[in-house]
Write a protein that binds this ligand. Structure first.
Ligand SMILES: Cc1ncc(COP(=O)(O)O)c(C=O)c1O
Length: 394
């Protein structure tokens, strides 16, 4: 790897995280225990909800959320096509059908109008995803859910911390799922959290995350616990160990500082690139929302350029800059094509965004000089490949 390579992501891990993990190692209690409980309380306080249930991934949190609200075989769940595999696969785990919906024109989040068109008598829930950290239109989704007596779940894998109408994401809908995957805004390497204000959902998720064992199953090896336990349902193995919760607690303390720096970086990109006609900036949301800036997704105006997004990725890579693409819409993947019959052209707004998008590096440890180098490399690409003559993007 080049010395001056700017990776797509670099986690911000400091001495606080290292010491916290070391303390857990030295405590001899490695799996779910008191540190996980503390993390749950602190996370619930942070987002402003009643209950937080720590799990080993956002995928598990989504799975447990759908299980808790009662999704069953034969049900349909509305899911944006513009998301990661996890959002829809959890619907399939329960024998239900994910019904894929288009994005809003010009954006990445689910289009409530398209979602409304896809409601059938079998529809039981809708999952809103806050793509890149931009809160989706929760009011429109709530109205849709209420009109059709269906549940609203949020996939907030990208949205720590983000808010909608002055309320933190995680405190609003029936159940919300967060991710602490390695590239997320706060990380435990792998991990997730389910939040809810509903005691019944919280209890069900707590039991099902650890084999369907009733009560505080993890306590059975402590001096307060008992060897006796009862299995009340066929649960899953999705609990978060204290080792990871220790990392999570240290990261959560920094979440607001991290987000402030992400915003500064987004502003720097806007200042440098917003005036370049050949580029379309990411949606920032309206005055009601606060973006977490997990991702900075630029779109090329392909008709104004002689080459496309893939060439930009290649050239940035050759220049020592890592990028990514978020996401290939689910309906374009072989599984969704073959199992549900989706075809290219079915969800045009999502396909258009995907064809032209590139995610630039954005993370708290990025220096202004690195942001400047990325923006400069993008400007250089546009100047070299634009259809306008003479020199453009000046
Ligand atoms: C939108 C979205 N939902 C869910 C997930 C799954 O998160 P995890 O890896 O924690 O299961 C991801 C992961 O990248 C994601 O981007």
């Amino acid at each position: 790897m080049q010395d001056n390579f700017i990776p797509f992501h670099r986690p911000s891990i400091g001495q606080e995280e290292i010491s916290a993990v070391q303390q857990v190692l030295e405590s001899h209690w490695l799996t779910t225990g008191p540190v996980t409980q503390q993390f749950e309380r602190e996370f619930a306080d942070f987002v402003g909800c009643k209950y937080a249930v720590a799990v080993n991934s956002c995928t598990a949190a989504l799975h447990l959320a759908l299980e808790a609200i009662g999704i069953r075989a034969g049900d349909e769940v509305l899911v944006p096509t513009y998301t990661f595999a996890a959002t829809a696969e959890v619907v399939v785990y329960l024998g239900a059908t994910p019904v894929l919906c288009d994005s809003v024109a010009g954006g990445f989040n689910i289009d409530p109008v398209d979602a409304a068109r896809k409601v059938t008598p079998r529809t039981r829930a809708i999952i809103g995803v806050h793509m890149a950290g931009e809160p989706c239109n929760l009011q429109a989704l709530r109205d849709l859910a209420d009109r059709n007596s269906i549940h609203l779940i949020e996939d907030a894998a990208h949205a720590i911390p983000a808010s909608y109408c002055g309320r933190r994401i995680g405190s609003i809908s029936e159940v919300t799922a967060f991710s602490f995957y390695a590239t997320k805004t706060i990380t435990t390497g792998e991990g997730g959290m389910l939040t809810t204000n509903d005691e019944v959902y919280a209890k069900r998720a707590s039991v099902m995350r650890l084999h369907g064992i009733s009560g505080d199953a993890w306590k059975r090896y402590t001096n307060q616990g008992s060897w006796y336990y009862e299995i009340v349902d066929a649960g899953f193995k999705a609990n978060m160990p204290d080792l990871l919760a220790a990392l999570g607690r240290a990261q959560l303390k920094k979440a607001e500082t991290f987000c402030k720096r992400r915003r500064e970086i987004a502003d720097l990109y806007f200042r440098r690139l917003a005036g370049v006609d050949e580029l379309e900036m990411p949606p920032v949301g309206d005055a009601n929302v606060e973006h977490s800036w997990h991702l900075f997704i630029l779109r090329l105006r392909s008709e104004m350029l002689t080459v496309g997004r893939n060439q930009l990725i290649q050239e940035l890579k050759e220049g020592g800059i890592g990028t990514s693409v978020h996401f290939i819409p689910l309906h374009l993947h072989p599984y969704y094509r073959d199992r549900y019959g989706y075809r290219p052209g079915d969800l045009p707004n999502a396909e258009d965004a995907f064809a032209r998008c590139i995610s630039l590096p954005i993370y708290p440890d990025m220096t202004d000089a690195e942001v400047d180098r990325v923006a400069g490399a993008v400007e250089h690409f546009v100047q070299k490949n634009c259809r306008r003559v003479p020199a453009c993007a000046s």
